[in-house]
Ligand binder design. Sequence first.
Ligand SMILES: *[C@@H]1O[C@H](CO)[C@@H](O)[C@H](O)[C@H]1NC(C)=O
Ligand SMILES: *[C@@H]1O[C@H](CO)[C@@H](O)[C@H](O)[C@H]1NC(C)=O
Ligand SMILES: *[C@@H]1O[C@H](CO)[C@@H](O)[C@H](O)[C@H]1NC(C)=O
Ligand SMILES: *[C@@H]1O[C@H](CO)[C@@H](O)[C@H](O)[C@H]1NC(C)=O
Ligand SMILES: *[C@@H]1O[C@H](CO)[C@@H](O)[C@H](O)[C@H]1NC(C)=O
Ligand SMILES: CC(=O)N[C@H]1CO[C@H](CO)[C@@H](O)[C@@H]1O
Length: 385
Amino acid sequence: MDSLAFLGWCCVQMLLLLITICRFSDCYDPLDPNGNITITFDVLSYVPNGYVARVTIQNYYQYRHVENPGWRFGWTWAKNEVILLMSGAFAIEKGNCSAFNQNTTGYKPLNLTLMAPGLGYTCGPLMETNPTHYSAIGGRRDEQVSRTWKSRCTYSSYLAYTTPICCVSLSTFYNPTITTCPSCSCGCKEANGNAISCVREGAVPSNSLGTDIVQCTNHMCPLRIHWHIKNNYQNHWRVKLTVSNYNYGRNFSDWNVLVQHPGFGLPASVYSFNSTTLSTIGVPEDVALFWGKEFYNTELLQADEHQLGSLTTEILLQKDPTSFTLRNGWGFPRRTYVNGENCQMPPPDEFPMLPNGSPRQKPFHGQFPHLLSVLYFIYGTLFGF
Ligand SMILES: *[C@@H]1O[C@H](CO)[C@@H](O)[C@H](O)[C@H]1NC(C)=O
Ligand SMILES: *[C@@H]1O[C@H](CO)[C@@H](O)[C@H](O)[C@H]1NC(C)=O
Ligand SMILES: *[C@@H]1O[C@H](CO)[C@@H](O)[C@H](O)[C@H]1NC(C)=O
Ligand SMILES: *[C@@H]1O[C@H](CO)[C@@H](O)[C@H](O)[C@H]1NC(C)=O
Ligand SMILES: *[C@@H]1O[C@H](CO)[C@@H](O)[C@H](O)[C@H]1NC(C)=O
Ligand SMILES: CC(=O)N[C@H]1CO[C@H](CO)[C@@H](O)[C@@H]1O
């Protein structure tokens, strides 16, 4: 009884934290709990009026890449220092150098900012760490830099986007009903004057290059994932996965799609995409990551007046006799990401039902995927940090 009460209290604490600090899954991604971009300043040597540093930016996110036009990194100086020389990157802004004082030495940069390429990253302060070692003279001598500072930058989609950028629709061979993306998944067409500009299907968009003008839809998302359960064989089942780009002004190069689904626990055959499964600790369902094949479909093209940009693959999944079922929406993903952004799923009570199936409203099973996500979060928070 006591331990139950404690568990209840503990969960409330966690949920409160979740509600007050971040929207669900924004601050912390249970599918990539250790993901970060690490920035390292290695002070290689000191010179009379400053130091020479090597700055390294390492992306440890498993499925969050830096798109065109690339990253930008900045900081503020502690004591009016200046950059005298730079190679390997451009310094793109010159500030007020009149306060530059030749005795300033050795202070670490403050308030790091990383754009990759847009908003979303928050960088912690540079912390003193063990100096980086490197080998010299063909590996025969071990050297170390004078000093090493590191900062960890983490991503929050809440800082990057005010609404989701993708949504999920579902269909099956056993039910003619298509479950569309929830209305206004990524904003509404006419929401209190905050209308998102969109282009009617078939119309010719003007001046859309490089802008985010989407086709008018009920969901208004630039990207949509469609999961179609196509066949049910004796030992396998087949899914068709389609990624559609509704954006008239933007190609997505080196795209990736992540699907969390229990069916990826056994090896699957993926025909037109490259794929792998990710090891995730504390998440009960298996997670598969898909990306384009070289020289074939690494680019998700923009929409035009004739068609959407679109990529598709079929996936043959093995049946695990202990868990396989098509009931209760088991065949549908639990979570789907495009380029690391969580896509809006339809509510479970709108999933296509088996024909002989249960009534549409089944309170417990209907809530099941939601319940699972809350549990992952708590689990991830308790054991991930
Ligand atoms: C950043 O990610 C790497 C790889 O997951 C991990 O080894 C490292 O500890 C992380 N850095 C911090 C400061 O958490
Ligand atoms: C540049 O810095 C100096 C000294 O801090 C200050 O007096 C001057 O007003 C600054 N100039 C501008 C344009 O900000
Ligand atoms: C740097 O950040 C600190 C707090 O983190 C803030 O007080 C300070 O004003 C910032 N400095 C600049 C130059 O932005
Ligand atoms: C997207 O790619 C197509 C084909 O390569 C190209 O014609 C179009 O200009 C590209 N769009 C953008 C916004 O770069
Ligand atoms: C699949 O991805 C791996 C790892 O990025 C790469 O080495 C391989 O060439 C890719 N295969 C194809 C067909 O693109
Ligand atoms: C010549 C000069 O300006 N020297 C100053 C350099 O900065 C240190 C501390 O910031 C001062 O103590 C020196 O007087």
